[in-house]
Design a binder for this molecule. Structure first.
Ligand SMILES: C[S@@+](CC[C@H](N)C(=O)[O-])C[C@H]1O[C@@H](n2cnc3c(N)ncnc32)[C@H](O)[C@@H]1O
Length: 276
């Protein structure tokens, strides 16, 4: 089974993120990748997504528990948007510190993000909006205490919007994020066999990246349908039907093969076709 550990326990658990994170050993994970199901005030339940969304207090609670699961020196990589990211940064600074204050300490380190680009490399403006198009999302990086986990990988990544190449439909799930940015960050910040935990996983791009990089991983989502979408996405990635970053596509390269699967690049028919 692709989503079982060697001891038979599930690698993609269906359950509440808080409860499942609390059930894990403290200080066991090298990286936690969180794309929480938060919603800014007034938008709970009105996000155009099937799954449940919640308020910032719940997000903060998930961050607290994720922080417990991180080993000292481990990194939290948390997706946000214009509303969430500054609040998340403030919360992390207040609770866990700010590296600009205690440089070798821990806490909030950096704001990065993902910029979606179209087939010609221009910022993708396909997301409709009358107050400027967003074309991507911010990502908050923080580490627990001092860290020797360092990488020159860019905190700011370019990526194509993740859609299935053949039908343009993102796995029938909301807020689907690209795989490649997480692959670059996980590769830089962890070693083979270290644990990557992905609460609120959805189609679990970070878990797919972690598997590709031969890291151990655990994904958690409250919805069975999310796991189904993940399985569909993993298969697409394995078959090369998952779009890759523009840079990879321009180079004629992609990282669409999992280590358990087909060979690199030539098995990736979807890469570099310029479709959004
Ligand atoms: C923003 S989406 C993640 C999307 C993901 N980044 C992707 O690329 O597919 C948030 C996810 O959190 C899940 N979720 C909502 N409440 C949850 C909870 N209490 N515990 C675990 N997962 C939850 C939703 O089902 C949804 O899949």
């Amino acid at each position: 089974m692709i989503d079982q550990h060697s001891d038979g326990s599930e690698r993609y658990r269906i359950g509440d993120a808080l409860a499942e994170l609390r059930s894990l050993d403290e200080e066991s994970a090298a990286v936690v990748c969180l794309d929480d199901a938060w919603a800014r005030p007034g938008r709970q339940g009105a996000f155009g997504v099937e799954y449940e969304t919640h308020d910032f207090e719940t997000t903060a609670e998930i961050v607290d528990v994720a922080w417990d699961v991180l080993e000292v020196g481990g990194w939290l990589i948390a997706d946000g948007d214009d509303w969430l990211a500054p609040r998340l940064e403030t919360y992390i600074r207040e609770e866990f510190g700010d590296v600009t204050d205690w440089y070798e300490g821990g806490g909030y380190r950096r704001r990065g993000g993902v910029t979606y680009v179209d087939g010609s490399g221009e910022p993708d403006t396909s997301t409709p909006g009358m107050y400027l198009s967003n074309g991507g999302y911010p990502v908050v990086f923080a580490h627990k205490g001092p860290t020797s986990r360092r990488t020159a990988a860019s905190a700011r990544q370019l990526a194509r919007h993740p859609r299935r190449v053949e039908d343009g439909y993102p796995y029938d799930w909301g807020s689907v994020k690209p795989i490649e940015p997480y692959r670059n960050w996980i590769e830089g910040l962890t070693d083979v066999d270290e644990l990557v935990v992905v609460p609120c996983a959805g189609t679990a791009p970070a878990a797919i990246a972690a598997e590709d990089l031969r890291r151990r991983w655990l994904a958690i989502d409250s919805e069975q349908a999310a796991r189904d979408a993940y399985l569909q996405r993993r298969e697409a990635y394995l078959e090369g039907g998952e779009q890759t970053t523009l840079l990879a596509a321009t180079d004629g390269e992609s990282n669409c093969s999992l280590s358990t699967g087909a060979g690199q690049n030539d098995s990736c028919p979807g890469s570099g076709d310029g479709s959004a």
